[in-house]
Design a protein around this ligand. Structure first.
Ligand SMILES: [Zn+2]
Length: 364
């Protein structure tokens, strides 16, 4: 049960306007789940990839229904985007467009993650693919003013030795904005992230900051397993809310859960947005951030996820604002980049009384 709070004083239209204007930070976003439908149509045509030829058909292929059977089912939505992203130009275009869409939604700090090893089917090397995304991200960041950092995602179903190579390659791009290391993919099929311990060590030794996906299957036990790799953040992990000891440990160690409620409903791991433990975890003092996971698979921008968190999950506006600012604290970016950003967030909030006193809404 979510404890009752006094309702926020703004109506639905005002809430949406406020959230759209709010400077936002998003930490959990996959490049390959975020292709624009028009772009996917154009890439399929120009690359000769077998795919739906109409907007409606492509929309159906890329956007997951409100609910699928499981994470494994949700993951099938990535097969076509990955087939379309096998050359430098396609990776550059999709990276640029995603950052532009996010900047238009007032996302001022963004971390984009992708699995470079999925994009080598047509002869690209790992290094060429990573360089393409890094270069396009830097250009789009300069154009839009949104600060962008990148996370290299390893895939659980891949050979652990190959994943070590990926980590070593990724560390060469640290000065090009690639600052994080992640593990994602079919969790039920490959539940133990410790199989990739050597790759995590290589990433860490190379200066990358550590996160990994956990709890899209298997609940709190999977979040515990992830903690064995000593991450700064965990992607998802809503099941932690079922385990008070684990919540205490996350709080104590300061491990942030990068939550994506809509995506979790689509993957069938929570019943509804109202039932998602986002608000409960935040009120219990567990560090959380709020993201969309995928712009296209979930067909939404971050403002929409924020609005839903207030309207359907019971988060107050000051709490939403505290979570938004916390994403800057947990960001895989250099402190000298974050400091001015935090100041600009605070300046904006100072003129918005609905967000409450500066420290209201922070976890106790
Ligand atoms: Zn994810």
């Amino acid at each position: 049960m979510i404890p009752s709070r006094e309702p926020d004083s703004v109506g639905p239209a005002a809430l949406r306007r406020l959230v759209e204007a709010m400077p936002k930070a998003e930490l959990h976003l996959h490049l390959d789940g975020s292709l624009r439908v028009e772009t996917a149509l154009s890439l399929a045509r120009s690359r000769g990839v077998d795919a739906p030829a109409t907007y409606g058909g492509m929309f159906q292929a890329l956007v997951a229904p409100a609910r699928t059977a499981s994470q494994a089912d949700l993951l099938t939505r990535f097969d076509l985007p990955i087939a379309l992203l096998q050359d430098v130009e396609a990776l550059e275009r999709v990276t640029s467009e995603l950052i532009e869409s996010k900047a238009a939604d007032n996302v001022k700090y963004l971390e984009v993650r992708w699995g470079p090893a999925l994009h080598v089917r047509r002869g690209l090397s790992l290094g060429e693919g990573i360089a393409a995304v890094c270069g396009a991200a830097q250009d789009a960041a300069a154009r839009t003013g949104t600060i962008v950092r990148l996370i290299c995602t390893a895939i659980r179903s891949h050979d652990p030795a190959a994943v070590v190579k990926l980590a070593e390659t990724a560390t060469r791009f640290r000065d090009q904005g690639l600052t994080g290391w992640d593990l994602a993919g079919p969790e039920a099929a490959v539940p133990d992230p410790l199989a990739f311990e050597r790759a995590f060590a290589a990433a860490r030794d190379g200066g990358l900051r550590i996160t990994l996906h956990a709890g899209e299957w298997g609940g709190a036990a999977q979040v515990r397993r992830a903690l064995a790799l000593d991450p700064e953040r965990i992607a998802h992990g809503p099941g932690a809310a079922d385990d008070p000891g684990l919540m205490a440990e996350l709080k104590e160690r300061g491990v942030t859960l990068d939550l994506c409620p809509t995506s979790n409903v689509q993957a069938g791991i929570v019943l509804s947005l109202a039932a998602h433990p986002l608000t409960r975890l935040h009120r219990a003092g567990v560090p959380v951030s709020l993201s969309t996971d995928d712009a296209t698979v979930s067909d939404m921008l971050l403002s929409e996820e924020y609005v839903r968190a207030v309207e359907q999950n019971g988060l107050s506006l000051p709490e939403l604002w505290a979570i938004d600012r916390h994403a800057l604290d947990a960001a895989f970016a250099e402190p000298n980049l974050i400091r001015p950003l935090r100041q600009s967030f605070e300046r904006w909030a100072a003129a918005v009384p609905e967000l409450g006193e500066p420290d209201r809404g922070r976890p106790a």
